[in-house]
Design a protein around this ligand. Structure first.
Ligand SMILES: N[C@@H](CCC(=O)N[C@@H](CS)C(=O)NCC(=O)O)C(=O)O
Length: 234
């Protein structure tokens, strides 16, 4: 079987990637025990759908973490959700949409729009590019992301409203987790790769946000992050 190559955005601050979608795939691969080689891409331009992560395997390029995981399940027979009932799978999918289609954009706002955070984040997210190129690419990329935030709709709200939305999402995750070790019970499943990757990119990074402060105040989420890290850090 040919080598599995995973293209991802750079890591920083102790995280293998500052992209929640790239970190999700990294965590999934570790939990599933699938050998692979990571490659840092400076930009998403080489990706089949213009977004990272993407994989190369047996001459194919596949983009989108969700479709990649479906491919890996078929190709490597690794199903982290195997023990879940149909109802649990439904709940996990709803949580995934909360994290990936909503909470993710709150994080993007905090990193790319809030001035003090942007000064910290721009060198990290563009860190794999030659230093001379960064000041040229940074404003273009930032303009693009502002457009994405407006297109999504969240970028039309005030900062206070965006943070209220983020707190509600994080609060829902903390409430669903409750006293369980993992979101769906005693064993980590795919939604834990997703939620952990997103929460770590909010709670374990030097990006100021009321959403981060709120999350750090939820003791079960802090313990959850430590539990997930002890399972996935090499
Ligand atoms: N649905 C995609 C989302 C991936 C995604 O949004 N990746 C971001 C980095 S976190 C990206 O490459 N953005 C570049 C762009 O939108 O131009 C997945 O699950 O992989």
């Amino acid at each position: 079987m040919s080598e599995l190559v995973v293209h991802h955005l750079p890591g920083a601050w102790g995280l293998p990637s500052v992209s929640p979608f790239c970190l999700k795939l990294d965590v999934y691969l570790r939990l599933a025990g699938i050998p692979h080689r990571g490659v840092v891409d400076g930009t998403p331009f080489g990706a089949p759908k213009g977004k990272l992560p993407y994989i190369e395997h047996e001459g194919r390029k596949i983009g989108d973490s969700g479709f990649i995981i479906e491919y890996l399940e078929q190709r490597f027979g690794a199903d982290l959700n195997a023990g879940l009932s149909a109802a649990d799978r439904g709940v996990a999918l709803a949580l995934r949409r909360l994290v990936e289609e909503n909470l993710y954009w709150v994080m993007v706002y905090d990193r790319w729009v809030v001035e003090e955070n942007w000064r910290v984040f721009r060198d990290v997210v563009l860190g794999a590019l030659p230093a001379l190129l960064r000041p040229i690419i940074a404003p273009i990329a930032r303009r693009g992301v502002r457009g994405q935030l407006k297109g999504h709709g969240i970028g039309l709200h005030s900062a206070d409203e965006i943070h209220a939305i983020g707190r509600r999402d994080v609060g829902a995750l903390a409430d669903v987790l409750g006293a369980k070790p993992f979101l769906m019970g005693d064993t980590p499943t795919e939604i834990d790769a997703i939620a952990y990757a997103q929460l770590a990119n909010i709670m374990q990074v030097p990006i100021a946000s009321p959403v981060k402060d709120y999350a750090l105040g939820r003791a079960n989420l802090v313990a959850y992050l430590e539990r997930m890290m002890s399972r996935t850090v090499a």
